[in-house]
Ligand binder design. Structure first.
Ligand code: SAJ
Length: 406
């Protein structure tokens, strides 16, 4: 039996995947409401294929609880926030979960940490907890880091097909955990040491952040000198060794906009490019606000209440709003006392901000300028509804004549 601790965006699909492939699983979360929802047969967020996976796992007998289990295999998938000032990781959820697990774990149990952690977190924060309890790592408790790689929006497919990394102190334990993940994972599973696994995960997201920052910086350069960034990227990408990503309104989500800061926080003298990239991406919401202001002036739109922001999530076709560029824009507007902007997102039913609409047509009827911040399928499939509006398209998905871009 495995006990998966933390049933959020990563823990839940992972637990369901193991269970639906015949592994006995108990999923544990301290949030009793969440556990209740799952026990009542409902999933807790929207994701392609998640409901089907949930059904298959329930049929195979998965259990959800707010109690920890006594078993020889734990997988910890709890959040790892970062301190916004020091840019360092806040490992308290991980260390808290490890402390709890140790109260139940029998001798020889394996504790796998899936949460993304900054390089060195296991050495600095996790090992001391185990040692302070008088336990010997490698005998009483085995430690493993198996970071996830799945992308929101395509999680179920990627869980099955992506390659994975398993970092362990000993190859034997690495192979044991590899065998467990092989129950569902069809990708290559690489076994390495813990430090390498920690660093690899953070490096992967940093790579993407830097590449998005390059596209965003190009967008700014091209805007300043009246060049078409999309056409330039399209042509440049025909080169066999060039693959420029897409500029956008900023980088949101809980991964790419967070992980690179771990490196900046831990290596402030050396992580220069990484820091610049983060700052470029973080400057994009402000850049979009500048574009809105210019377009308002150009078109004689006097009040920000005639502007509508389409999309609150951090990217298309997901319901996750963490660190989303739209939220960053709203915060900035609030700081500058600019109120009245209208907001709509088909994936967000909860009331997140003022002037939030829940009906696309009603939203459109209230605004003159539509700012496309997220390329949800809904807007891609209903572009003709924007006819007659002034459109600022930060995702390059609208081909109505006269559309403004980044
Ligand atoms: N974005 C752009 N331009 C692009 C691509 C993305 O502006 O060309 C923006 C998106 O709109 C979004 C943000 O970047 O706001 C991040 O989106 P994403 O789809 O690139 O990635 P995430 O954050 O959803 O998931 C990432 C993935 N990491 C990599 O691709 C290296 C995923 O595989 C990881 O599992 C995940 O982080 C994680 O949990 O770490």
């Amino acid at each position: 039996m495995i006990n998966i601790i933390g049933l959020g965006y990563i823990g839940l699909p992972t637990a369901l995947m193991f269970a639906s492939h015949g592994v006995e699983v108990v999923g544990t979360d301290y949030n009793k409401e969440l556990v209740d929802t799952l026990n009542h047969g409902r999933t807790t967020f929207e994701e392609d294929g998640l409901d089907e996976l949930f059904k298959a796992a329930v049929e195979k007998g998965i259990k959800f609880s707010s109690e920890y289990m006594k078993t020889d295999m734990y997988i910890i998938a709890v959040p790892t926030p970062y301190d916004k000032d020091s840019k360092r990781i806040d490992p308290s959820f991980v260390t808290g979960a490890v402390e709890n697990v140790l109260d139940y774990a029998p001798k020889g149990a394996v504790v796998v940490i899936e949460s993304t952690i900054s390089p060195g977190t296991i050495d600095r924060f996790v090992r001391p907890i185990i040692e302070n309890k008088g336990l010997v790592i490698g005998e009483d408790i085995h430690l493993v880091h198996a970071p996830e790689r799945i992308i929101p929006g395509n999680m179920v497919y990627e869980l099955l097909h992506n390659s994975r990394t398993i970092g362990a102190d000993s190859p034997e334990i690495g192979e044991k955990v590899k065998a467990l993940y092989s129950s569902f994972c069809q990708g290559e599973i690489v076994v390495t040491d813990i430090r390498t696994a920690e660093m690899t995960k953070v490096v992967e997201n940093t790579f993407r952040d830097i590449n998005i920052a390059f596209a965003n910086e190009l967008a700014k350069i091209c805007r300043s000198d009246n060049m078409d960034v999309y056409e330039i990227i399209r042509i440049a990408n025909k080169h066999p060794r060039v693959n420029i990503l897409s500029p956008g309104p900023g980088v949101g989500g809980h991964c790419i906009s967070v992980d690179p800061w771990f490196l900046v926080g831990d290596y402030p003298q050396t992580a220069n490019l990484i820091k610049q990239a983060r700052m470029i991406n973080d400057s994009m919401p402000e850049f979009v606000l500048g574009r809105i202001s210019d377009i308002m002036k150009e078109n004689g739109v006097k009040s920000v209440s005639r502007v509508g922001l389409y999309g609150l999530t951090y990217k298309e076709n997901v319901d996750d709003i963490r660190e989303s560029p739209t939220l960053q824009m709203l915060e900035s507007m609030e700081r500058h006392l600019a109120s009245g902007v209208k907001v709509y997102d088909p994936y967000v039913e909860r009331e997140i901000c003022e002037n939030q609409y829940h009906d696309f047509d009603e939203f459109l009827s209230e605004v003159d300028i539509v700012v496309i911040l997220v390329g949800h399928n809904e807007i891609r499939e209903n572009m003709e509804k924007l006819k007659g509006k002034i459109v600022l398209d930060t995702r390059n998905i609208c081909n109505l004549p006269g559309t403004y871009r980044l």
